[in-house]
Design a protein around this ligand. Structure first.
Ligand code: CMC
Length: 431
């Protein structure tokens, strides 16, 4: 538990209450209000949790003003440059960078779990072909608790570990199967000679009739996209996973809940929405029209891929993603991609506009990821599933941390009730 070194005082109706103040290793102090209701008979009000720390965590730290993102203390820029996705998975899950032997062992354990239960193929076939792959994933990942019930006892550390490895290993297979099913192609089994990202590309783009050779540049770009999305502290989907897990629900059910939450356009669904918006804008000359619409509250339109609850300076993931977009499109020889031109110009115009400057709205991670994914050949409907694959390790690490927290309680917020006070029932004949 973090240390308390000082107190804050709350005065209410002439009475004073001492609130312990926690000092984190990084970030603002945190007022401990856990006893407040018992002592002062008041709740606190914070819809959207803009000022509420919901848990203690040692996994990821974000400084929104500095545009800083650290996993277990390591900056995302350094990880993106020197590390790779499975190493970052290990770091998030176990707290330290692995030794060479630990990394090999972890990679082997993940690789050995990439296949799904053969019966799952039949389960997939129950879905409509035109289902969104995210809809299929919510269902299939939820159903993993029916296929792998030998790893659903959350009180058994070994089962927790197996469930974690199973999900990290099988999510790419499940996402690729959802894609293949939606386009009417046969499922492609995982190929364990390939690395994590390359294997995913293979399962998405190989067909039995032809050889498919994974382009190492694209595999590296995919690995980087995965790394940049691996964890992001207590965001909406992670908080959903923690809340679902706080009741003792099994890990597969919790991750399915996280996938459902991620799908929304304000969260992981923004990558699909952003690329669709860039396509709708189409040409640079139409940008002012869309910027004006985004500034008009009555339009209900927002610039997708812009803004973030925490980052108020820049999103460090977006900076790396933009470099990757240039690199990948350059290597594919499509650097004159019209969407990239629109994106760059939109970024330039929005960042010099008073509305966006005053509200501290900057491109987020989803602004450039879709351009790379489309250049790789993915349809927009696969963008959010790729986010879900990548974030699975973050969800599991946070869930695991929560289960290991002795002070963990079921999540149960209170409310500011604004409904009718008590009233007497009126018989239907007298209404
Ligand atoms: N375009 C135009 N105006 C915006 C935008 C935007 N993209 N984002 C925020 N604003 C305005 C908003 O209207 C509000 O104005 P006012 O103060 O006058 O009412 C102000 O900026 C603050 O917005 P908010 O909705 O109170 O901020 P929030 O922290 O609740 O929302 C957000 C953060 C990411 C949901 C929001 O910025 C947004 O909807 N962005 C577009 C969707 C998007 O790109 N989401 C991906 C986020 S990053 C990846 C992930 O987390 O999954």
């Amino acid at each position: 538990m973090a240390e308390t070194k000082k107190n804050a005082t709350l005065t209410l109706d002439g009475k004073s209450y001492d609130l312990p103040v926690f000092s984190p290793t990084l970030g603002p102090d945190v007022l401990d209000i856990r006893k407040l209701y018992g002592q002062a008979d008041v709740f606190t009000f914070d819809p959207g949790f803009t000022s509420t720390a919901s848990c203690e965590s040692a996994i990821t730290y974000i400084d929104g003003d500095k545009g800083e993102l650290l996993h277990r203390g390591y900056s995302i820029e350094e990880l993106a440059e020197h590390s790779h996705y499975l190493e970052v998975c290990y770091l998030l899950l176990y707290g330290e960078l692995p030794t060479a032997a630990q990394l090999t062992d972890f990679e082997q354990r993940v690789t050995r779990h990439t296949m799904v239960h053969e019966q799952m193929h039949n389960f997939f076939r129950g879905f409509r072909r035109d289902a969104h792959p995210m809809a299929t994933m919510v269902g299939v990942v939820g159903a993993m608790s029916a296929f792998y019930h030998d790893s659903t006892d959350i009180n058994d550390p070994w089962q927790r570990e197996v469930a974690a490895i199973r999900m990290i290993a099988k999510l790419p297979t499940i996402a690729a199967m959802a894609y293949k099913y939606s386009i009417g192609q046969p499922f492609v089994y995982p190929k364990n000679s390939l690395d994590y990202a390359g294997n995913f590309l293979h399962m998405c783009f190989a067909i039995p009739a032809e050889d498919y050779v994974v382009n190492p540049i694209l595999a590296k770009a995919m690995d980087r996209i995965m790394m940049l999305h691996a964890d992001h502290e207590q965001n909406a989907s992670t908080s959903t996973v923690r809340l679902a897990g706080s009741s003792g629900a099994n890990p597969f059910a919790c991750i399915a809940a996280g996938i459902a939450c991620l799908w929304g356009p304000a969260h992981g669904g923004a990558n699909q929405a952003c690329l669709e918006m860039l396509k709708e804008i189409g040409t640079v000359d139409r940008i002012p029209e869309f910027v004006a619409k985004a500034k008009d509250k009555d339009s209900g339109f927002r610039l997708m891929g812009f803004g973030h609850r925490v980052y108020k300076n820049f999103d460090p993931r977006a900076t790396v993603m933009k470099e990757s977009a240039d690199e990948v499109l350059g290597l594919l020889g499509v650097e004159n991609n019209p969407l990239l031109q629109v994106a760059k110009e939109l970024e330039r115009i929005a960042l010099s506009d008073e509305y966006f400057i005053s509200k501290k709205l900057y491109p987020n991670v989803d602004f450039y990821s879709g351009i790379i994914l489309e250049a790789m050949g993915f349809p927009t409907s696969m963008f959010t599933p790729i986010f879900a694959i990548s974030r699975t390790v973050g969800w599991i690490s946070q869930w695991k941390e929560m289960i290991g927290d002795k002070g963990q309680k079921i999540g149960r917020p209170r409310q500011l009730y604004i409904g009718e006070p008590h009233r007497a029932y009126v018989d239907v004949r007298n209404r």
